[in-house]
Design a protein around this ligand. Sequence first.
Ligand code: ADP
Ligand code: MG
Length: 282
Amino acid sequence: MAAPAMVALDAVLGEKIANPPMTGQAPALISIQKVSKTFLAVSGARIEALQQVSLEIPEGKFISLLGPSGCGKSTLLRIVAGLERATAGAVRIGGSEVTGPNAGVGMVFQRAVLFPWWTVLENVLLATRIQSLDARLMRSRAQELISLMGLGGFENSYPRELSGGMQQRAAIARALLHDPSVLLMDEPFGALDAMTRERMDVELQSLWEARRKTVIFVTHSIPEAVFLADRVVVFSQRPATIAGIVDVDLPRPRTIGMLDSAQLGDYTRACRELLGSASSSL
Ligand code: ADP
Ligand code: MG
Protein backbone atom coordinates (compact mmCIF):
# COMPACT_ATOMS: atom_id res chain seq x y z
CA MET A 1 0.00 0.00 0.00
CA ALA A 2 1.45 3.37 -0.98
CA ALA A 3 1.95 5.71 1.94
CA PRO A 4 -0.16 8.87 1.76
CA ALA A 5 1.65 11.65 -0.02
CA MET A 6 2.27 14.42 2.44
CA VAL A 7 3.91 17.76 2.07
CA ALA A 8 4.59 19.63 5.29
CA LEU A 9 4.95 23.37 5.56
CA ASP A 10 8.54 24.41 5.87
CA ALA A 11 7.93 26.53 8.92
CA VAL A 12 11.62 27.25 9.53
CA LEU A 13 12.08 28.95 6.18
CA GLY A 14 8.62 30.44 6.36
CA GLU A 15 7.91 29.18 2.86
CA LYS A 16 4.36 28.78 1.76
CA ILE A 17 3.48 25.35 0.49
CA ALA A 18 4.07 24.79 -3.19
CA ASN A 19 0.95 23.08 -4.47
CA PRO A 20 2.16 19.83 -5.99
CA PRO A 21 0.42 19.31 -9.34
CA MET A 22 -2.14 16.50 -9.29
CA THR A 23 -0.58 13.91 -11.54
CA GLY A 24 -1.63 13.99 -15.17
CA GLN A 25 -4.24 16.69 -14.57
CA ALA A 26 -5.56 19.50 -16.73
CA PRO A 27 -4.61 23.07 -15.77
CA ALA A 28 -6.37 24.48 -12.73
CA LEU A 29 -10.01 25.49 -13.02
CA ILE A 30 -9.82 27.37 -9.72
CA SER A 31 -6.67 29.30 -9.04
CA ILE A 32 -6.30 30.87 -5.59
CA GLN A 33 -3.27 33.11 -5.57
CA LYS A 34 -1.79 34.54 -2.39
CA VAL A 35 -5.18 35.35 -0.95
CA SER A 36 -5.14 37.24 2.36
CA LYS A 37 -8.12 38.57 4.28
CA THR A 38 -8.16 40.92 7.25
CA PHE A 39 -11.46 41.85 8.87
CA LEU A 40 -11.99 45.01 10.83
CA ALA A 41 -14.07 44.04 13.87
CA VAL A 42 -16.71 46.40 15.31
CA SER A 43 -14.30 46.97 18.24
CA GLY A 44 -11.72 48.26 15.76
CA ALA A 45 -9.52 45.17 16.12
CA ARG A 46 -7.97 43.75 12.98
CA ILE A 47 -8.67 40.04 12.52
CA GLU A 48 -6.37 38.33 10.10
CA ALA A 49 -8.31 35.36 8.74
CA LEU A 50 -6.22 34.24 5.75
CA GLN A 51 -2.54 34.76 5.06
CA GLN A 52 -1.29 34.34 1.51
CA VAL A 53 -3.20 31.17 0.74
CA SER A 54 -2.43 29.70 -2.68
CA LEU A 55 -4.19 26.68 -4.15
CA GLU A 56 -4.56 25.31 -7.66
CA ILE A 57 -7.58 23.08 -8.19
CA PRO A 58 -7.91 21.15 -11.46
CA GLU A 59 -11.28 20.76 -13.16
CA GLY A 60 -13.40 17.87 -11.92
CA LYS A 61 -11.44 17.30 -8.71
CA PHE A 62 -12.84 16.95 -5.22
CA ILE A 63 -10.90 18.93 -2.61
CA SER A 64 -11.62 18.74 1.11
CA LEU A 65 -10.58 21.61 3.34
CA LEU A 66 -9.83 20.77 6.98
CA GLY A 67 -8.78 23.17 9.69
CA PRO A 68 -9.37 24.30 13.26
CA SER A 69 -12.59 26.13 14.00
CA GLY A 70 -12.34 29.84 13.23
CA CYS A 71 -9.22 29.53 11.10
CA GLY A 72 -10.73 31.05 7.96
CA LYS A 73 -12.23 28.16 5.94
CA SER A 74 -15.64 29.78 5.40
CA THR A 75 -13.93 33.06 4.59
CA LEU A 76 -11.93 31.41 1.81
CA LEU A 77 -15.05 29.72 0.42
CA ARG A 78 -16.94 33.03 0.46
CA ILE A 79 -14.08 34.72 -1.40
CA VAL A 80 -14.09 31.95 -4.05
CA ALA A 81 -17.89 32.36 -4.31
CA GLY A 82 -17.47 36.13 -4.79
CA LEU A 83 -19.47 36.87 -1.63
CA GLU A 84 -16.48 38.48 0.07
CA ARG A 85 -13.50 40.43 -1.32
CA ALA A 86 -9.94 39.40 -0.53
CA THR A 87 -7.74 42.04 1.10
CA ALA A 88 -4.88 40.90 -1.14
CA GLY A 89 -4.37 38.28 -3.80
CA ALA A 90 -6.81 36.97 -6.38
CA VAL A 91 -9.06 34.05 -7.23
CA ARG A 92 -9.57 33.01 -10.86
CA ILE A 93 -12.13 30.55 -12.11
CA GLY A 94 -11.55 29.37 -15.67
CA GLY A 95 -9.05 32.21 -16.06
CA SER A 96 -11.46 35.02 -15.06
CA GLU A 97 -10.89 36.90 -11.84
CA VAL A 98 -13.70 36.54 -9.32
CA THR A 99 -15.08 40.02 -8.53
CA GLY A 100 -18.59 39.09 -7.38
CA PRO A 101 -21.13 36.27 -7.30
CA ASN A 102 -20.82 34.07 -10.36
CA ALA A 103 -23.43 31.86 -12.02
CA GLY A 104 -20.75 29.20 -12.56
CA VAL A 105 -20.57 28.58 -8.82
CA GLY A 106 -23.10 26.78 -6.61
CA MET A 107 -22.92 26.95 -2.82
CA VAL A 108 -24.28 24.74 -0.05
CA PHE A 109 -24.16 25.88 3.58
CA GLN A 110 -24.29 24.01 6.90
CA ARG A 111 -27.95 24.89 7.30
CA ALA A 112 -30.14 24.18 4.32
CA VAL A 113 -31.64 27.73 4.49
CA LEU A 114 -34.78 26.73 2.62
CA PHE A 115 -37.66 29.18 2.54
CA PRO A 116 -40.26 27.64 4.87
CA TRP A 117 -43.23 28.99 2.91
CA TRP A 118 -42.01 27.45 -0.36
CA THR A 119 -42.30 23.81 -1.41
CA VAL A 120 -39.23 21.69 -2.20
CA LEU A 121 -39.75 22.36 -5.91
CA GLU A 122 -40.10 26.12 -5.38
CA ASN A 123 -36.97 26.17 -3.21
CA VAL A 124 -34.98 24.23 -5.81
CA LEU A 125 -36.17 26.73 -8.44
CA LEU A 126 -34.85 29.71 -6.42
CA ALA A 127 -32.18 30.61 -9.03
CA THR A 128 -34.88 31.16 -11.67
CA ARG A 129 -36.18 34.09 -9.60
CA ILE A 130 -32.75 35.69 -9.49
CA GLN A 131 -31.37 34.92 -12.94
CA SER A 132 -33.29 34.94 -16.17
CA LEU A 133 -33.34 31.23 -16.87
CA ASP A 134 -35.69 29.33 -19.17
CA ALA A 135 -38.58 28.48 -16.82
CA ARG A 136 -39.69 25.26 -18.54
CA LEU A 137 -36.19 23.90 -18.90
CA MET A 138 -35.42 24.74 -15.27
CA ARG A 139 -38.60 23.03 -14.07
CA SER A 140 -37.66 19.80 -15.77
CA ARG A 141 -34.08 20.10 -14.49
CA ALA A 142 -35.42 20.70 -10.98
CA GLN A 143 -37.57 17.56 -11.22
CA GLU A 144 -34.59 15.57 -12.44
CA LEU A 145 -32.35 16.84 -9.62
CA ILE A 146 -35.04 16.20 -7.02
CA SER A 147 -35.23 12.57 -8.20
CA LEU A 148 -31.43 12.29 -8.33
CA MET A 149 -31.27 13.47 -4.72
CA GLY A 150 -33.83 10.84 -3.66
CA LEU A 151 -36.61 13.36 -3.04
CA GLY A 152 -39.00 12.13 -5.74
CA GLY A 153 -42.56 12.42 -4.39
CA PHE A 154 -41.63 15.30 -2.05
CA GLU A 155 -41.72 18.08 -4.68
CA ASN A 156 -44.76 19.66 -3.09
CA SER A 157 -43.74 19.12 0.54
CA TYR A 158 -42.68 22.01 2.73
CA PRO A 159 -39.25 22.07 4.45
CA ARG A 160 -40.80 21.44 7.91
CA GLU A 161 -42.12 18.12 6.54
CA LEU A 162 -38.59 16.92 5.69
CA SER A 163 -35.82 15.44 7.87
CA GLY A 164 -32.51 17.32 8.19
CA GLY A 165 -30.88 15.05 5.60
CA MET A 166 -33.73 15.58 3.15
CA GLN A 167 -33.55 19.35 3.60
CA GLN A 168 -29.84 19.27 2.86
CA ARG A 169 -30.50 17.17 -0.27
CA ALA A 170 -32.96 19.83 -1.41
CA ALA A 171 -30.29 22.49 -0.80
CA ILE A 172 -27.81 20.51 -2.94
CA ALA A 173 -30.41 20.15 -5.74
CA ARG A 174 -30.97 23.92 -5.53
CA ALA A 175 -27.22 24.62 -5.80
CA LEU A 176 -26.99 22.40 -8.90
CA LEU A 177 -30.01 23.85 -10.74
CA HIS A 178 -28.09 26.23 -12.99
CA ASP A 179 -25.49 23.51 -13.67
CA PRO A 180 -22.51 25.31 -12.10
CA SER A 181 -19.05 23.96 -12.88
CA VAL A 182 -17.94 24.64 -9.30
CA LEU A 183 -19.69 23.46 -6.15
CA LEU A 184 -18.63 24.97 -2.83
CA MET A 185 -19.85 23.13 0.27
CA ASP A 186 -19.37 24.62 3.74
CA GLU A 187 -19.81 21.85 6.33
CA PRO A 188 -23.01 20.77 4.57
CA PHE A 189 -23.56 17.70 6.74
CA GLY A 190 -22.27 19.17 10.01
CA ALA A 191 -25.74 19.43 11.56
CA LEU A 192 -26.79 15.86 10.71
CA ASP A 193 -26.63 12.80 12.94
CA ALA A 194 -23.67 10.46 12.35
CA MET A 195 -25.54 7.77 10.41
CA THR A 196 -27.35 10.20 8.12
CA ARG A 197 -24.06 11.98 7.57
CA GLU A 198 -22.33 8.78 6.41
CA ARG A 199 -25.17 8.07 4.03
CA MET A 200 -25.02 11.61 2.67
CA ASP A 201 -21.25 11.25 2.16
CA VAL A 202 -21.80 8.13 0.04
CA GLU A 203 -24.61 9.82 -1.91
CA LEU A 204 -22.55 12.94 -2.50
CA GLN A 205 -19.77 10.77 -3.81
CA SER A 206 -22.12 9.07 -6.33
CA LEU A 207 -23.49 12.45 -7.35
CA TRP A 208 -19.98 13.72 -7.92
CA GLU A 209 -19.07 10.60 -9.94
CA ALA A 210 -22.14 11.24 -12.11
CA ARG A 211 -21.77 15.01 -12.53
CA ARG A 212 -18.04 15.65 -12.02
CA LYS A 213 -18.25 19.13 -10.62
CA THR A 214 -15.12 20.71 -9.23
CA VAL A 215 -15.83 20.66 -5.50
CA ILE A 216 -14.34 22.42 -2.48
CA PHE A 217 -15.80 20.75 0.60
CA VAL A 218 -15.17 22.21 4.07
CA THR A 219 -15.54 19.85 7.00
CA HIS A 220 -14.48 19.30 10.62
CA SER A 221 -14.58 15.54 10.16
CA ILE A 222 -11.25 14.01 9.15
CA PRO A 223 -12.73 10.67 7.93
CA GLU A 224 -15.35 12.54 5.90
CA ALA A 225 -12.66 14.76 4.35
CA VAL A 226 -10.59 11.72 3.33
CA PHE A 227 -13.53 9.57 2.21
CA LEU A 228 -14.72 12.17 -0.29
CA ALA A 229 -11.58 13.80 -1.56
CA ASP A 230 -8.91 13.44 -4.18
CA ARG A 231 -6.88 15.85 -2.08
CA VAL A 232 -7.22 17.07 1.51
CA VAL A 233 -5.85 20.54 2.22
CA VAL A 234 -5.14 21.11 5.92
CA PHE A 235 -5.20 24.67 7.25
CA SER A 236 -3.30 26.02 10.24
CA GLN A 237 -4.86 28.03 13.05
CA ARG A 238 -5.91 31.57 12.15
CA PRO A 239 -4.60 33.29 10.16
CA ALA A 240 -4.98 30.27 7.92
CA THR A 241 -2.00 29.16 5.92
CA ILE A 242 -1.71 25.74 4.34
CA ALA A 243 -0.23 23.38 6.93
CA GLY A 244 -0.05 20.47 4.52
CA ILE A 245 -1.67 18.49 1.77
CA VAL A 246 -2.65 14.82 1.69
CA ASP A 247 -3.39 13.24 -1.70
CA VAL A 248 -5.91 10.44 -1.30
CA ASP A 249 -5.27 7.55 -3.61
CA LEU A 250 -8.21 5.31 -2.68
CA PRO A 251 -10.15 3.56 -5.46
CA ARG A 252 -13.55 4.85 -6.54
CA PRO A 253 -16.40 4.36 -6.16
CA ARG A 254 -15.80 4.45 -2.43
CA THR A 255 -18.10 2.36 -0.31
CA ILE A 256 -19.39 2.95 3.21
CA GLY A 257 -17.25 0.00 4.41
CA MET A 258 -14.12 1.95 3.48
CA LEU A 259 -14.84 4.38 6.31
CA ASP A 260 -13.49 1.75 8.72
CA SER A 261 -10.69 0.47 6.47
CA ALA A 262 -7.01 0.47 7.38
CA GLN A 263 -6.26 2.30 4.13
CA LEU A 264 -8.50 5.19 5.04
CA GLY A 265 -7.02 5.09 8.54
CA ASP A 266 -3.53 5.81 7.12
CA TYR A 267 -4.83 8.94 5.44
CA THR A 268 -6.82 10.14 8.45
CA ARG A 269 -3.71 9.73 10.63
CA ALA A 270 -1.68 11.83 8.19
CA CYS A 271 -4.33 14.57 8.30
CA ARG A 272 -4.57 14.41 12.08
CA GLU A 273 -0.81 14.83 12.39
CA LEU A 274 -0.89 17.87 10.13
CA LEU A 275 -3.74 19.35 12.15
CA GLY A 276 -1.90 18.60 15.40
CA SER A 277 1.34 20.21 14.27
CA ALA A 278 -0.61 23.18 12.91
CA SER A 279 -2.20 23.72 16.33
CA SER A 280 0.92 23.18 18.41
CA SER A 281 3.09 25.44 16.28
CA LEU A 282 1.40 28.50 17.78
P1 ADP B 1 -13.98 28.91 9.95
O1 ADP B 1 -14.98 28.77 8.85
O2 ADP B 1 -12.66 28.29 9.63
O3 ADP B 1 -14.51 28.39 11.26
P2 ADP B 1 -14.31 31.76 9.46
O4 ADP B 1 -13.80 31.88 8.07
O5 ADP B 1 -15.79 31.79 9.62
O6 ADP B 1 -13.69 30.47 10.15
O7 ADP B 1 -13.73 32.95 10.32
C1 ADP B 1 -12.33 33.20 10.43
C2 ADP B 1 -12.10 34.34 11.39
O8 ADP B 1 -12.58 35.55 10.81
C3 ADP B 1 -12.83 34.19 12.72
O9 ADP B 1 -12.00 34.66 13.74
C4 ADP B 1 -14.05 35.06 12.56
O10 ADP B 1 -14.47 35.55 13.79
C5 ADP B 1 -13.53 36.16 11.66
N1 ADP B 1 -14.58 36.73 10.82
C6 ADP B 1 -15.29 36.08 9.87
N2 ADP B 1 -16.16 36.91 9.27
C7 ADP B 1 -16.00 38.13 9.88
C8 ADP B 1 -16.59 39.43 9.71
N3 ADP B 1 -17.51 39.65 8.77
N4 ADP B 1 -16.16 40.43 10.50
C9 ADP B 1 -15.19 40.24 11.42
N5 ADP B 1 -14.59 39.04 11.62
C10 ADP B 1 -14.98 38.01 10.87
MG1 MG C 1 -16.92 27.99 8.88
